[in-house]
Design a protein around this ligand. Structure first.
Ligand SMILES: [Zn+2]
Ligand SMILES: [Zn+2]
Length: 274
């Protein structure tokens, strides 16, 4: 898949990935995606929201826009407030309000660089429930919602079975965080991985929302095997500190790369295995 830089400003960078898919980089390296269909466009997540995402995207599509959040974390919902309504799984609604509160935003700004004033102002918007199987018809292509509890309880992925494009949010990547207060147990996440494993043969491009993206769909198998090892007490369980919090890493890595050459990895809490 060839990539062309479409545009950039102080806050955002947009890459055309072909087949109507645009990858947008936020100022903290977080990603969101615009998928253009013949009748509608789909915006999957909205980054942390430094600078206006709506203005930045305005000349990239010409149809009505549907906005969907993969989960309620601040680095995925930041520019939601520029739109009137946004889909998010109900299990993450409390998280959404917590992360978009002044306290939630201030905590994030303390950890990152840009100042609070540069963020999209919070206002009241309509949160629409995102549920398993919910379909978004863009005209020439369709996306189906696949719930994927783990990283957060309301995490969701979006899948176009015909093209094989699978948007994973933070559900499965090289640093899958399951040690957060909003995460499920590893045992529950294992059920999610078994469900995604069934879809893996039909996935062609597996879009993660941090780092290099898309990645190989075998990312699912990697984390499935990580779960099996953690549940059997056979993982590397290396003590790590991520986001100022202690956790256990399933597989040894150098930088962000697993030493055994596989891709996905899990950070979990010892008291949240089962
Ligand atoms: Zn997240
Ligand atoms: Zn994230």
């Amino acid at each position: 898949m060839s990539e062309t830089l479409l545009k950039e400003n102080k806050y955002y960078k947009a890459w055309d990935l072909g087949e109507g898919i645009v990858r947008i980089h936020g100022s903290g390296g977080e990603l969101c995606f615009l998928v253009k269909g013949t009748e509608k466009a789909l915006l999957i997540d909205t980054t942390t929201g430094y600078g206006s995402l709506k203005t930045f995207l305005s000349d990239l599509y010409s149809t009505p826009l549907i906005v969907v959040n993969t989960h309620g974390h601040l680095d995925h919902i930041g520019a939601d407030f520029e739109f009137d309504e946004v889909y998010l799984h109900p299990a993450d609604h409390d998280l959404f309000f917590e992360h978009s509160s002044a306290k939630g935003r201030a905590g994030f700004v303390a950890a990152a660089n840009p100042s609070l004033e540069e963020m999209v102002p919070v206002r009241e918007i309509r949160l629409l429930p995102l549920e398993d199987g919910k379909v978004f018809d863009l005209g020439n292509r369709c996306f189906r919602t696949v719930t994927a509890p783990g990283h957060t309880k309301g995490s969701c992925c979006l899948f176009d079975e015909e093209s094989g494009d699978f948007f994973a949010g933070d559900a499965c990547n090289s640093n899958t965080l399951l040690f957060l207060s909003d995460s499920t147990t590893v045992a529950e996440y294992y059920e999610t991985m078994k469900k995604l494993k069934k879809l893996e043969p039909k996935i062609r491009r597996f879009y993660t929302f941090h780092g290099f993206s898309p990645v190989d769909p075998s990312a699912i198998t990697d984390n499935l095997l990580c779960c099996e090892d953690i549940l059997a007490g056979k993982d590397d369980h290396i003590e790590v500190e991520v986001l100022g919090r202690k956790g256990l890493l399933a597989k040894e890595r150098e930088g962000m790369q697993r030493k055994d050459g596989r891709f996905s990895n899990i950070v979990y809490a010892p008291d949240k295995i089962r």
